[in-house]
Design a protein around this ligand. Structure first.
Ligand code: ADP
Ligand code: MG
Length: 700
């Protein structure tokens, strides 16, 4: 149970003073979690990304041309737009002894400009300066003030990420109200850590972050930011240590197969395993054969052949008389795995079942019965696998595909289905070594690095969007020759609906060109429709599949050979790599076209360059980490790394290592978090959404 002193932080933000339903809805959009409304806590951890520093008051000639500046000037003249048609602005000229600035207003009603900036008066204006036509101008000053007004403003004002319609002042008010709800909390960090480093308490740190005394106060190395980052990292590491520790403590058993089933499967494969696959399988079997419970991560690029490794490991578990389960993040993926693996299983002489949320009741009942009795040794499914109604006779091995799609809680629920079951997590996004611990804490890792023999390199090109017509023309030639094409439209705007419209427009445009050879898939579709579209593409009935990023999760159509990614500049590197991995799986030479809208920023340019230079997922992962910066939210989720709200791994890497060590010690000393410090740490887990670990402890 959540400690009751935290309750004020877990109430909805719309209950804060001065927040009406309209602002409440905007806060939900800004900091809510998916469909869930924003809470007071979500506002508290919505930290400023920069500040407006009003302490410096430069003369006009010396004022910096970037960031928000505050300057003083005498109002010299007003230049109303006159009766021109269209949208001419209203201009006001101000000056000091060093120079002048034109204030530019695009407004319908100029009355307030006249009132706020009377000719001859001296005013302070705050905004961004730019050169336009050789003159210095400020478009829409965010504030126009007299001396008194300026004195009333905070000298340093935080700047937050915003959402449409939400004004900085409104958000500031909400954050202040949220800070007012902060209860006094017991300290969960050791005094020697906080005192030696001059770290404030959690509450003080939030205060300092939201009311920065200087621009440096929100830099990653500022004491308050270090404190909050450490708190978040410690919460995540403690949760992982708890999960891992529980698994280890609940005990495993030695599972050794006799090689019959796995042997038959391997003999029936049209290829031989790569060295990497063989090594991974050896690692896994060694773990399974030891009495300790296995927790291993199998990393390998898309198409590196992890699935077959998983199947062979599952065959080993089945040979030993246990059951095995493979969990996939989506229905489409589960079906694909089922189709491929059940055939291989059948040829080796055992049955596999499929369990998703959409099975017919009679089939479902039969599957559940078979799992409970043990007559079905292998099951492949989605989240449906860990519902309460699913009971196993003797689950020995759990494989989780694309593990990062599942929360810790979901993985745990499945763990509970087999108290001593071994666990193999798979991920197609190679995670840089240094970061594996952020996702898994303490865990063993195998990597399949090389691609199966015979894979041809993917010809990757960057194409400016201005040449889209050429892309379509080239594609048309390939389509006539039978090629199959993925066409990816990004989800990028605030509104999924807007993105959807973009994908639908593209679909319509391609359809007018290619007729009924085109299909569309996106996340808002009914699962059955989506499956039908994918099935048409897989069978070749359709040759072009227009998709939002849903296809990134593992649609496997070996015959697809062209990947077109629109607005490639908006994708993260990990995601581009994932998407490209959808082609290059079959016989044909494949290509990937990164269609971008210029001009490319430095980071976007580097990402596209990296894509052209290499297909090595491990190198791409390292590069991704290096390039990952502020504002690059797309792709974070897909990268397999947890989404931290405060900590920035590129700055707080050392704290991560510390947090990991401390978490291990904490779990060793007080696994139930029962001591006073343990009780305080429980609060930390709730504050950073790692409370699944607390529930695990309480479940005993
Ligand atoms: P992953 O799950 O790692 O993305 P898959 O297991 O789906 O990759 O493998 C991709 C494709 O490569 C599959 O069609 C699979 O049958 C094939 N494959 C796997 N291992 C090999 C191998 N050693 N040699 C040739 N093809 C392989
Ligand atoms: Mg896979």
């Amino acid at each position: 149970m959540r400690p009751s002193d935290l309750n004020p932080l877990f109430t909805e933000a719309s209950t804060l003073r001065g927040i009406g339903p309209k602002t409440g809805a905007m806060l939900d959009r800004l900091v809510g979690r998916g469909e869930k409304p924003a809470r007071v806590l979500d506002l508290l951890v919505h930290l400023p990304v920069s500040v407006i520093d009003r302490r410096a008051r430069p003369k006009i000639a010396e004022a910096p041309r970037e960031g928000v500046v505050v300057i003083e000037g005498r109002v010299v003249a007003h230049h109303p737009p006159g009766n021109t048609r269209g949208k001419a602005p209203y201009k006001v000229l101000i000056e000091d002894e060093t120079g002048d600035v034109t204030l530019v207003f695009f407004l319908n009603n100029f009355a307030w400009v006249e009132k706020a900036l009377p000719v001859g008066a001296t005013r302070w204006v705050s905004g961004k300066l730019e050169m336009w036509d050789g003159r210095l101008q400020m478009v829409h000053p965010d504030r126009v003030m007299d001396e008194e007004g300026l004195a009333a403003l905070p000298p340093v004002e935080p700047v937050y990420p915003l959402t449409e319609g939400l004004y900085p002042r409104l958000l500031g008010k909400a954050v202040d109200a949220a800070l007012g709800r902060l209860p006094a909390l017991p300290e969960w960090l050791e005094p020697n850590r906080t005192i030696l480093r001059g770290w404030p308490t959690f509450g003080e740190a939030l205060e300092a972050a939201h009311h920065p005394a200087s621009p440096a106060a929100i830099e990653p190395h500022a004491p308050a930011m270090q404190r909050l980052a450490y708190d978040e990292l410690l919460a995540s590491q403690l949760a992982l240590a708890t999960v891992r520790g529980r698994m280890r403590d609940s005990g495993g058993r030695a599972t050794v197969g006799n090689g019959t089933l796995a042997g038959r499967i391997e003999d029936g494969l049209p290829f031989t395993l790569t060295d990497g696959q063989r090594q991974a399988l050896e690692d896994i079997r060694a773990d399974m054969g030891s009495p300790k419970r296995m927790l291993r991560l199998l990393q390998g690029d898309v198409g590196s052949g992890k699935t077959i490794v998983a199947l062979l490991a599952m065959a080993t578990a089945i040979e030993a008389g246990h059951q095995a389960a493979l969990m996939a993040p989506t229905e489409i993926l589960a079906r694909q795995h089922f189709e491929r693996l059940s055939a291989l299983a059948a040829s080796a002489g055992f049955t596999a079942a499929l369990l998703t949320g959409r099975d017919k009741p009679a089939e479902r009942a039969k599957t559940l019965e078979g799992l409970a009795s043990g007559s079905i040794p292998l099951v492949i499914g989605t989240h449906a696998l860990f519902q309460d109604t699913v009971q196993f006779h003797d689950l020995g091995l759990i494989v989780v595909d694309e593990q990062h799609r599942f929360g810790v809680a979901q993985r745990l629920a499945l763990t509970d289905k087999g108290r001593s079951a071994d666990m193999l997590l798979m991920t197609a996004t190679p995670i840089p070594r240094t970061l594996v611990m952020t996702v898994f804490g303490d865990m063993d890792v195998s990597a399949v690095r090389e691609k199966p023999a015979g894979r041809k390199p993917i010809d990757t090109r960057a194409v400016p969007v201005e040449r889209l017509e050429e892309v379509v023309a080239a594609m048309a030639r390939s389509v006539v020759e039978g090629a199959r094409v993925y066409w990816v439209c990004p989800l990028v705007s605030e509104s999924e609906m807007v993105d959807l419209v973009a994908a639908e427009d593209r679909f319509a445009a391609l359809q007018s060109f290619f007729g009924d050879k085109v299909r569309l898939v996106h996340g808002q579709m009914k699962a059955a429709e989506r499956d039908a579209a994918v099935a048409d593409f897989a069978s070749g009935v359709a040759q072009i599949l227009v998709a939002t990023t849903v296809i990134e999760v593992g649609i496997d159509v070996p015959d697809a050979s062209i990947m077109v990614i629109e607005h490639a500049e908006r994708f993260g590197l990990a995601q581009l790599h994932q998407l490209r991995g959808r082609v290059g799986r079959g016989q044909a030479r494949s290509s990937c076209l990164l269609v971008y809208k210029g001009p490319l920023g430095e980071v976007a340019g580097a990402r596209i360059r990296t894509m052209r230079e290499t297909e090595d997922g491990f190198r791409i992962a390292e590069e991704d980490l290096r390039l990952r910066g502020e504002g690059e939210l797309i792709g974070t989720r897909q990268s397999g790394l947890p989404v931290f709200r405060v900590a920035k791994l590129e700055h707080h890497g050392a704290l991560l290592t510390e947090a990991r060590e401390e978490a291990a010690g904490l779990y060793a000393d007080d696994p139930a978090l029962a001591t006073p410090r343990g009780q305080a740490l429980r609060r930390l887990l709730y504050l950073f959404e790692r409370d699944a670990a607390v529930r695990l402890i309480e479940a005993g």
